[in-house]
Design a protein around this ligand. Structure first.
Ligand SMILES: Nc1nc2c(ncn2[C@@H]2O[C@H](COP(=O)(O)OP(=O)(O)OP(=O)(O)O)[C@@H](O)[C@H]2O)c(=O)[nH]1
Length: 381
């Protein structure tokens, strides 16, 4: 296969600039997501760098070698910064500009300017260094990131391996073989690989940013903003999935339906803010009082629900009593007394359908309220 080098240079400049402008636009529309801003900068700097490097041999060799490679190193530094920002770290300008500054310094040395092999080695080493630093940022934060980082890591490692291979070959072969023949030479493949790598990184970055935004929106949509526990949507989705699993495994599951007592009176007497404080405290009590495999949520104003997989009625009764007793100790130190009524319904009576469990739990709760509140009642036919 033969690739025409000047065409490849032009294609590089055109596509990188176009992609950079598109990324700028996405950044602008995203309310300033810094990762996208850094990625746009990387693409635009890379496009400009390739353009200046492409001027070599047109009477502007010094400018091309010095400025072109400085721009390319700055693009590599900004590529690293893109992932730093993505994982929540701050921009570190000495690191970003370090490669470009080192290149500018080396260009003051006449031997460096006149020795292609040395320049090729330094440029490739810097590229490998920035690529590994970029991969290191993602790897270091892998436990905190909820998004898939495998494709980007694979892309970065492939790029580092390709550049290392190039470095090894340049040590074994005549440099003219690396740079020479231009139509079929190694430079053509180097340029093509770098081009594909930058495009791949831009799309992978965009995908990671989008995936994280979606996860954040979903988390917000599934959380009750006041108590910071799951809302009705989260409880319903989680419980339905749990019930399917319990049904398949033939295990019981029991629902606790909790309703704070005389909540309207509490609001009217002590104010809405104190009512909110009671809701927050009760939400925390539930979240801390259940096992990791249980689910709880605020499913209405002052109504909460818990689903306990694997728990039969008697086990659930103990949990409910514990919650009821702990509730009386909420907001100690204030004049407010909080109590809760709890209705219990289990899959032994209701089957594994959530709506039926909720309906039976509601009947049990109604009985607890009717019998004077601050008590736990089980559903009975
Ligand atoms: N502070 C506060 N109050 C809320 C919130 N959501 C609902 N409420 C109030 O909760 C009260 C519920 O009142 P009711 O449904 O009459 O029930 P109750 O007064 O608790 O009476 P019982 O359930 O029969 O013991 C209403 O006054 C709602 O305004 C909230 O987010 N914050």
């Amino acid at each position: 296969m033969s690739l025409h080098l000047p065409t490849l240079f032009l294609l590089n400049v055109y596509v990188l600039t176009l992609l950079g402008c598109l990324m700028l636009h996405v950044w602008w529309r995203s309310d300033g997501e810094s990762t996208l801003g850094c990625s746009a900068g990387t693409l635009l700097l890379a496009g400009l760098g390739v353009l200046v490097v492409g001027l070599r041999g047109r009477g502007m060799d010094t400018l091309s070698i010095m400025l072109g490679h400085m721009l390319l190193q700055l693009a590599s530094g900004l590529g690293w910064a893109t992932m730093r920002v993505f994982v929540g770290r701050r921009l570190w300008w000495p690191g970003i500009a370090g490669g470009a500054l080192l290149w500018a310094l080396l260009c003051q040395w006449p031997y460096f300017m006149s020795t292609v092999s040395l320049r090729l080695t330094v440029a490739t080493l810097l590229t490998i260094l920035y690529t590994l630093l970029t991969a290191g940022e993602l790897w270091g934060a892998r436990r905190l990131l909820e998004v898939a980082i495998g494709p980007v890591l694979a892309l970065l490692l492939a790029h580092a391996l390709f550049c290392s291979g190039l470095l090894l070959l340049s040590g074994r072969h005549d440099i003219d073989w690396i740079w020479g023949g231009l139509d079929d030479g190694f430079l053509t493949w180097r340029l093509l690989e770098a081009f594909l790598f930058i495009i791949g990184m831009a799309f992978a970055t965009l995908a990671m940013v989008r995936e994280r935004a979606e996860l954040r929106y979903r988390a917000v949509a599934y959380r009750d903003p006041l108590t910071d526990i799951g809302n009705r949507r989260a409880f319903t989705a989680g419980s339905e999935a749990l019930l399917v699993r319990c049904a398949a495994e033939g295990r019981p599951a029991t629902l606790l339906l909790c309703d704070l007592d005389h909540f309207k009176r509490l609001n009217d007497t002590h104010g809405h803010a104190m009512g909110d404080a009671a809701l927050i405290a009760f939400g925390r009590l539930l979240a801390l009082g259940i096992r990791q495999q249980d689910i709880c949520g605020r499913i209405g104003g002052e109504e909460f629900a818990c689903l306990l997989p694997g728990a039969d009625e008697m086990a659930a009764l103990q949990v409910a009593e514990r919650i009821r007793r702990a509730c009386s100790e909420l907001l100690l130190g204030t004049e407010v007394r909080v109590s809760v009524s709890i209705g219990i319904a289990s899959t032994a009576q209701a089957g594994y359908e959530l709506s039926r469990l909720l309906a039976l739990g509601d009947q049990a709760l109604y009985r607890a309220k009717a019998k004077g509140r601050n008590r736990v009642e089980r559903f009975t036919d």
